[in-house]
Design a protein around this ligand. Structure first.
Ligand SMILES: [Zn+2]
Length: 118
């Protein structure tokens, strides 16, 4: 599938999940599973957008990750790059590299290790 098309599909899926989450909350049903799916798809979407150069004009700004990610689970540590708290629901597990709050922090950390002057 074309990457731009995949982005549109992911956005549509996310819209559905947001509605599901709102409905579930309305009826008092636990939303953990839906929220976890939302987090997963949001990450996937931002990786995809990054890979096709969407939002390129914003790269290099101070904020190391897109805001609005839902914080899920418990605090499990501190991000190895930006030192923010990392929650179990948004963990990027890789014991060799350490704990990062997002894909971007891990990527930036790798870059920093490759070229410390940066
Ligand atoms: Zn971070």
């Amino acid at each position: 599938m074309d990457k731009h098309k995949e982005c549109r599909v992911l956005r549509a899926k996310l819209r559905d999940l947001y509605e599901d989450s709102i409905d579930a909350a309305k009826f008092g049903v636990p939303t953990d599973e839906i929220d976890a799916k939302i987090t997963f798809l949001q990450e996937r979407l931002s990786q995809l957008e990054q890979s096709i150069g969407k939002n390129k004009e914003y790269e290099g700004l101070e904020v190391p990750e897109p805001s609005g990610f839902k914080i899920l689970g418990e605090v499990i540590g501190i991000c190895g790059y930006c030192e923010k708290e990392v929650y179990s629901g948004r963990k990027y597990p890789d014991p060799k590299e350490g704990l990062f709050c997002s894909y971007y922090c891990r990527k930036r950390n790798r870059k920093k290790q490759k070229d410390p002057s940066e």
